[in-house]
Design a protein around this ligand. Structure first.
Ligand code: GUN
Length: 284
């Protein structure tokens, strides 16, 4: 029997609805909407699309948003100044600086300049550290979205084998810690892992975030496994394909995310949730 397709679009819509309800509650209580500042430097077309989508999602959740679009020639000091002003701005509960930044600006310095309580991306080392030691904190959006999708399959993670392919700071490492926190036995794989297919075949939950189109084949998957495909690879100009060979994997897995329409929509939905929760946390 083919796998259940995990409908990330529908789950994301329900999370955005919850965020909208919480935003309304916040407005009722405090007389203003939660606020997100989105900063974009330069004119990377992909970043422009992401930023537009974030602003649109805010409008749909009744979250106030403002965009700060800076030229590619902006200096690091100018950007750090803006971040500090946004940290101090009482209308703003979340500060998001779209990555990548131009090469002459240190991403680390900019991330570290964002107030941890307004770091809705969950990238600040304070928030990363809190995640690592199991303290409540703003959690990075894509890994938090992945966990939400896994939960909604109904799988009990305790004692299960989870394999994460990819060790990025944005997805692979944090999702591994989140799986571990829920008592999965976690293996993190990467480009130098030996015999990757046989490690993947041990997984009850397989999360793939490497950016290589259709790398994971059907015979890498344990029958019945939950497969989460984080890849968004553009091939042949336009078509989006995941890191998993969907047509093969869907015949073996128990549940699988499609690309597009799986993990992708979850990232912005979790950002909305983080904005509202950051706003409430600032008042408590
Ligand atoms: N660039 C690609 N993904 C992200 C993200 O989740 N947050 C930010 N700030 N930049 C990104």
């Amino acid at each position: 029997m083919p796998a259940t397709i995990i409908d990330g679009k529908a789950v994301a819509a329900s999370i955005r609805e919850d965020a909208a309800a919480r935003a309304a509650e916040y407005r009722e209580k405090f007389g203003r909407a939660p606020g997100l500042a989105v900063v974009i430097v330069g004119d990377d077309p992909a970043s422009r699309v992401y930023v537009n989508n974030k602003k649109k999602a805010c409008a749909g959740c009744d979250i106030y948003s403002e965009e700060h679009a800076l030229p590619a020639t902006t200096t690091e000091d100018e950007l750090l100044d803006l971040v500090r002003r946004l940290n101090a701005d009482p209308k703003i509960d979340g500060v998001l600086v779209q990555l990548p930044l131009p090469n002459h600006i240190s991403e680390d310095k900019v991330i570290e300049a964002i107030s941890p309580s307004k770091d809705v991306d969950g990238f600040h080392p304070i928030n990363v550290g809190s995640l690592m030691v199991g303290k409540p904190a703003l959690r990075p959006c894509t890994p938090a979205g992945i966990m939400e999708l896994i939960h909604r399959t109904g799988i009990e993670l305790k004692g299960k084998r989870a394999v994460v392919v990819g060790r990025s700071n944005i997805v692979g490492k944090p999702v591994s810690i989140m799986l571990l926190a829920e008592h999965a036995t976690v293996t993190i794989c990467h480009s130098r892992t030996e015999d990757l297919p046989s490690v993947c075949r041990e997984a009850d939950v397989l999360v793939v975030a490497v950016g290589r189109p259709k790398m994971v084949k059907g015979d890498w998957i344990k029958p019945g496994a939950v497969v989460i495909d984080v890849g968004t690879n553009r091939v042949g100009g336009k078509k989006l394909v995941g890191d998993v060979d969907f047509d093969e994997a869907v015949e073996v897995a128990g549940a699988i995310t499609p690309v597009p329409g799986g993990v992708g929509p979850m990232t912005i939905a979790m950002l909305m949730k983080n904005c509202v929760e950051a706003a409430f946390a600032a008042r408590s």
